[in-house]
Design a protein around this ligand. Structure first.
Ligand SMILES: [Zn+2]
Length: 208
């Protein structure tokens, strides 16, 4: 198998560029979600500095900033760069897995605003992020029926120290944690928890 390599692609709009991975420039263009034209028309340029993230398929926000890239905050659209300036403090930047924000507050404002427009899918992200600062939400769904047949949102997230994602349905007093992560979860959940989510209430499920 040929190893995938990193390329940058000019997106022809707002001076934006994307990073894509592929076994060839054309393959990278095909793999680039943000490229809207014919892959044949893209002009991918090798970016060996990002090769180390080829397996992962995306470059962490910090690494892009450190390499001199800019991001727009998904909440307030201010430009984020690695250097401290009047616009914000890079140590406060947050990457929620999909989007990049200038601060946790801006991320929560954005979730709340989208939640109002689209129902509870983002609302549950907001709730989870407020309840467990430090998590990375990887998926959320708008409507599910809980045990009381009330429509609630479900969310899946990763937490520092955990190997597998955690599932939580808004309003539930339990979360689904992989058995191997139970110790890590208890350590993560207890310090800042208000006691509502004790270790004993954690529902276990095996993930192999
Ligand atoms: Zn912002």
């Amino acid at each position: 198998m040929i190893a995938r390599k990193a390329y940058t692609i000019d997106l022809d709009r707002d001076d934006a560029q994307a990073i894509a991975f592929g076994t060839s420039p054309l393959d990278a263009a095909r793999n680039c979600d943000q490229w809207e034209g014919d892959p044949e028309d893209a002009d991918p340029i090798r970016a060996p500095e990002f090769d180390q993230w080829a397996d992962q398929g995306c470059v962490p926000m910090r690494a892009m900033l450190d390499a001199g890239w800019w991001h727009s905050c998904s909440g307030c659209e201010r430009q984020l760069c690695a250097e401290y300036d009047d616009d914000g403090d890079p140590s406060e930047y947050v990457d929620d897995g999909d989007e990049t924000y200038c601060s946790r507050d801006c991320m929560l404002d954005h979730y709340a605003e989208i939640g109002k427009r689209h129902g509870c899918s983002f609302g549950v992200r907001l709730d989870a992020s407020e309840r467990w600062p430090g998590i990375t939400v990887t998926d959320s769904s708008g409507l599910r029926l809980n045990a009381l047949r009330i429509q609630v949102g479900g969310v899946r997230f990763t937490f520092p120290g955990g190997r597998f994602p955690v599932d939580w349905i808004r309003g539930d007093n339990t979360v689904l944690v992989a058995t191997v992560d139970v110790g890590a979860w208890r350590q993560f959940d207890s310090p800042q928890s208000d006691g509502a989510m004790t270790g004993e209430k954690v529902t276990l499920h095996a993930t192999t």
